[in-house]
Design a protein around this ligand. Structure first.
Ligand code: SAJ
Length: 406
């Protein structure tokens, strides 16, 4: 039986996937409200295919609880935030989870860490927890790192098809856990050591962060001299060895905007390019604010309350607001003492910021300048509603004449 610890964005779909492929699974989360919701037959976030998967897993017998189970396999998928000052990974949730596992696990158990951690975290923080509990690693407890790789918005297909990395101290244990994931994963599963697995995960997200920063820097250079960055990237990407990502209003989410900082935090004198890239991406919401001011000036607009931000989530078609560029922009706006921007997002039904609308038409009636912060399908499909508005399109999706870009 597998005890999945942490039933969030990664633990829940992973547990459901295992259960619906014949593995006995119990999901544990210390958040009793979340467990109650799951036990009431409801999922806790929106994701294509998740509800169907949930039903399959329920039929297969998955259970949810706040208690840790005594079993032979644990998958720990709790959050790993970063410390905003030191930029280092904050392993407190992983440590707490492993401590609790140690209280109930029998000898011979395998503990799989799925949470993203920086290279060396397992050596520094997880191994001591196990040895201090009186176990010998490699004899009593076997350690594995199997970093998740799925992208919010496409989680279910990616769980099924993405290649995976398994890091283990002992190759035989690595193979055993590989077989467990292979119950549902149709991609290639590579078995390596733990530190390599830790590093590959952080490097994958850093690659993307640096590439997005490059695109954002190009956008600023092109803006400065009146060139079309999108056309330039499109043409460059026709070269067989060039693949530039897209500029945007900033980078959000719990991965690409966070994980690269682990390398900056751990290797400050070495990770120079990464540090610069992260600052470029973090500066994008301010760049959008500047663009709003420039456009208002050009259009003779003075009332900031007639400006609306479309989108609050960190990217399109998800309900996840973690590190969202819109939230970063609103924070920055408050620092500059010019509050009043209006906000709307079809995926955010609760009130989370001031001046938030829950109806697209009411939002559009209240503003003259619309800033497309997130390219939800809704706005792509209803673009004609923006006719007659001034539009600042941060994603190059608006084909209305006169739309501004970042
Ligand atoms: N973004 C851009 N320009 C682009 C692509 C993305 O500005 O060309 C922005 C998005 O708008 C968003 C942010 O970057 O704000 C990140 O979005 P994303 O869709 O690129 O990635 P995440 O954070 O949702 O998921 C990533 C994925 N990692 C990689 O693609 C290397 C996913 O596979 C990981 O599982 C996930 O991080 C994670 O958990 O680490």
């Amino acid at each position: 039986m597998v005890n999945v610890i942490g039933l969030g964005y990664i633990g829940l779909p992973t547990g459901l996937m295992l259960a619906s492929h014949g593995v006995e699974v119990i999901g544990t989360d210390y958040n009793r409200e979340l467990v109650a919701t799951l036990n009431a037959g409801k999922t806790t976030f929106k994701e294509d295919g998740l509800d169907e998967l949930f039903q399959d897993a329920l039929k297969a017998g998955i259970r949810f609880t706040s208690e840790y189970q005594s079993t032979d396999t644990y998958i720990v998928s709790v959050p790993t935030p970063y410390d905003k000052f030191s930029k280092k990974v904050d392993p407190c949730y992983v440590i707490a989870a492993v401590k609790d596992v140690m209280k109930v696990c029998p000898k011979g158990a395998v503990v799989v860490i799925e949470s993203t951690v920086s290279p060396g975290t397992i050596d520094r923080y997880v191994r001591p927890v196990i040895t201090e509990a009186g176990f010998t690693i490699g004899e009593d407890i076997h350690l594995v790192h199997a970093p998740e790789r799925i992208i919010p918005g496409n989680m279910v297909p990616e769980l099924l098809h993405n290649n995976r990395t398994i890091g283990a101290d002992e190759p035989a244990v690595g193979e055993k856990i590989k077989a467990l994931y292979a119950s549902f994963c149709q991609g290639d599963i590579v078995v390596t050591d733990i530190r390599t697995a830790e590093m590959t995960k952080v490097v994958e997200n850093t690659f993307r962060a640096v590439n997005i920063a490059f695109a954002n820097e190009l956008a600023k250079i092109c803006r400065h001299d009146g060139m079309d960055v999108y056309e330039i990237i499109r043409i460059c990407n026709m070269h067989p060895r060039v693949n530039i990502l897209q500029p945007g209003p900033g980078v959000g989410g719990h991965c690409i905007s966070v994980d690269p900082w682990f390398l900056v935090g751990d290797y400050p004198s070495l990770a120079k390019l990464i540090d610069q890239a992260m600052h470029i991406n973090d500066g994008m919401p301010d760049h959008v604010l500047n663009r709003i001011h420039e456009i208002m000036k050009e259009k003779g607009m003075t009332d900031v309350t007639r400006v609306g931000l479309y989108g609050l989530t960190y990217k399109e078609n998800v309900d996840d607001m973690r590190e969202s560029p819109t939230l970063q922009l609103l924070e920055s706006q408050e620092r500059h003492l010019a509050p009043g921007l209006k906000v709307y997002d079809p995926f955010i039904t609760k009130d989370v910021v001031s001046n938030q609308y829950h109806d697209l038409n009411a939002f559009l009636d209240a503003v003259d300048l619309v800033v497309i912060m997130v390219k939800h399908d809704e706005i792509r499909e209803k673009m004609s509603l923006l006719e007659g508005k001034v539009v600042l399109d941060c994603h190059n999706i608006c084909r209305l004449p006169g739309a501004y870009h970042i």
